[in-house]
Design a protein around this ligand. Structure first.
Ligand code: NAD
Length: 497
């Protein structure tokens, strides 16, 4: 592919439009909706506005492709995944540009996702060779029992706009690596970064027609596509990454349709800084963990519990470091804090800061905004009744709360007194103590001496409680396969009648 792809062109010219990718072809014509740059309000692209017909065609294509894709030898699938990894890396610059324009990603965040995605594609390339099952003993004379894993069929994926590029890869490649075919419905907030670029890469890599499909839709039209996924007998699993609010609504439908649902949801991720921590390191980890993508990542640190002995020193250093983060247009590679995704996100962040300040909190740094860029904000001495301290839901923006503690046991209890259980972090020089604390944290991920915001291709990311139950890495085999028991009996058996 030497010429500019539709997404590359769309990122550079407002006149361009994108289309759906169904059964190995880009669709033609049809209605569109505008995709705007959240930093400057400019039109980035016109996106195809699909609905029931496109979703039905995509599901039919995925169902038709399933027998051949699921039977493809692991070596052939491996070649395709490795090729897709190379293409992803080759396209780093244009994908960074699209992500800056479409969802306000800084270069740091976009490049991190692209490298992580290439690594995940290379990991997934080997999943076809994972153990296929077990041979079990039976109490019946002459009987052998085989337990083998098989793919589910069509997996329909809902992808979010925030960690758009990496999370959409997770939606395509984890099901596909285990033999399923996919239909992806990207978020309307970032359809190129959350699915369409991936279709270009998979097409160029030579994945068979129908094995992956992408249907985009206008704001407010997600439900029409979801209807098709829930109604179709061919769709065997709904793979959802997004907010717990949407997940609850879709989960009720999955229950009625008796469909498997994999959920990767939000978090209210605490960091606990013990008195013996390296303060400089803890401040750097906190700054990165809280403000990557201006606080719009499920694993961002939302609240830090600091031993009172080092609280003031920690807060002073944190305020200075966070206050120095460069804000502005994410198209500038030196900018760390770009715009929030939309006005609603900005209003929610600002309202929660105002609420805390009205109740007597101390503003350490931030608190202002310009356009959709909200300054990274740290609050201390926040009263317990302020909305942002309760952890009742995520403030999906650049807001971090710091609280002093006198008793580490109490901090441990407070840190998990939220409905979520995604990621947590403990900063200390005492590894053994931290390990013991980590075992008592109800969270899917605990990092000791590292930020809450950390990901590696081979490691399982996922939550507990209202953060969902899906897992990435090869652990996703549990989510995207089912087991079949086959018994073989040699000779006649005895029966009760
Ligand atoms: P969202 O729930 O608004 O949207 C997620 C997906 O659901 C999108 O594709 C959207 O179009 C679709 N959707 C929304 N309403 C729908 C409806 N009525 N019917 C059918 N589909 C509908 O979430 P978001 O704002 O895109 O993403 C941010 C959220 O995702 C945050 O809560 C964040 O913490 C969470 N998240 C979790 C993880 C994880 O791995 N645990 C990763 C990224 C984001």
């Amino acid at each position: 592919m030497n010429e500019m792809t539709p997404i590359q062109s769309a990122a550079q010219s407002a006149a361009r439009r994108t289309t759906h990718f169904i059964d190995g072809r880009w669709s033609e014509g049809g209605p569109t909706f505008p995709d705007y740059n959240p930093y400057n309000g400019e039109l980035v692209a016109q996106i195809a506005a699909g609905g029931r017909a496109e979703a039905e065609a995509a599901v039919a294509a995925a169902a038709a492709a399933f027998p051949a894709w699921s039977a493809m030898p692991p070596a052939e699938r491996q070649r395709l995944f490795l090729k897709a990894a190379d293409i992803t890396e080759r396209r780093l610059d244009d994908i960074v540009a699209t992500m800056a324009a479409e969802n306000g990603s800084s270069k740091v965040f976009a490049a991190f996702q692209i490298r992580l995605s290439a690594a995940m594609l290379r990991q997934a390339a080997s999943y076809g060779y994972m153990p296929y099952g077990d041979v079990l003993r039976s109490d019946a004379p002459g009987r052998v029992a085989l337990v083998t894993r098989k793919p589910l069929g069509v997996v329909a994926g809902f992808t979010p706009w925030n960690g758009a590029f990496y999370l959409a890869w997770r939606a395509f490649l984890l099901p596909m690596a285990f033999g399923n075919t996919t239909v992806i419905k990207p978020s309307e907030e970032a359809p190129m970064s959350a699915g369409l670029i991936h279709a270009e890469i998979l097409e160029e890599a030579g994945f068979p027609a129908g094995s992956f499909n992408v249907v985009t839709h206008a704001p407010g039209a997600a439900a029409e596509i979801a209807d098709v996924f829930f109604e179709s007998r061919a769709v065997r699993c709904i793979n959802f990454t997004g907010s717990d609010k949407t997940a609850r609504m879709l989960g009720e439908r999955a229950g009625r349709a008796l469909k498997r649902m994999v959920l990767e949801l939000g978090g209210f991720n605490p960091m606990i800084v013990l008195a013996d921590a390296d303060v400089d390191h803890a401040v750097r980890a906190a700054t990165f963990g809280a403000f990557l993508h201006q606080g719009q990542v499920c694993m961002n640190t939302r609240k830090i519990y600091v031993d009172r002995a080092i609280h003031d020193e920690f807060v002073e250093q944190l305020g200075a470091r966070v206050g120095a983060l460069k804000q502005g247009d994410p198209a500038d590679p030196s900018v760390i804090i770009g715009p929030l995704i939309n006005q609603r996100a900005l209003d929610q962040t600002a309202a929660r800061i105002r609420d805390a300040l009205d109740r007597g909190a101390t503003l350490v740094t931030g608190g202002t905004s310009q356009g959709l860029v909200h300054a990274p904000t740290v609050l201390a001495h926040v009263p317990p009744d302020a909305i942002c301290t309760t952890g009742c839901d995520e403030t999906f923006g650049p807001l971090l709360v710091v609280e002093a503690f006198d008793d580490a046991e109490q901090a441990l209890a407070d840190a998990q007194a939220t409905p979520y259980g995604l990621s947590a972090s403990i900063m200390t020089r005492d590894q053994a103590r931290a390990f013991a604390m980590a075992q008592r944290l109800d969270a899917g991920i605990v990092h000791i001496n590292a930020p809450t915001m950390a990901s590696e291709a081979a490691l399982p990311v996922g939550g507990t409680k209202d953060s969902g139950w899906g897992r990435s890495g090869h652990y996703a085999v549990e989510d995207f396969t089912e087991i079949r028991l086959t018994t073989m009996t040699d000779g006649p058996s005895r029966y009760p009648f």
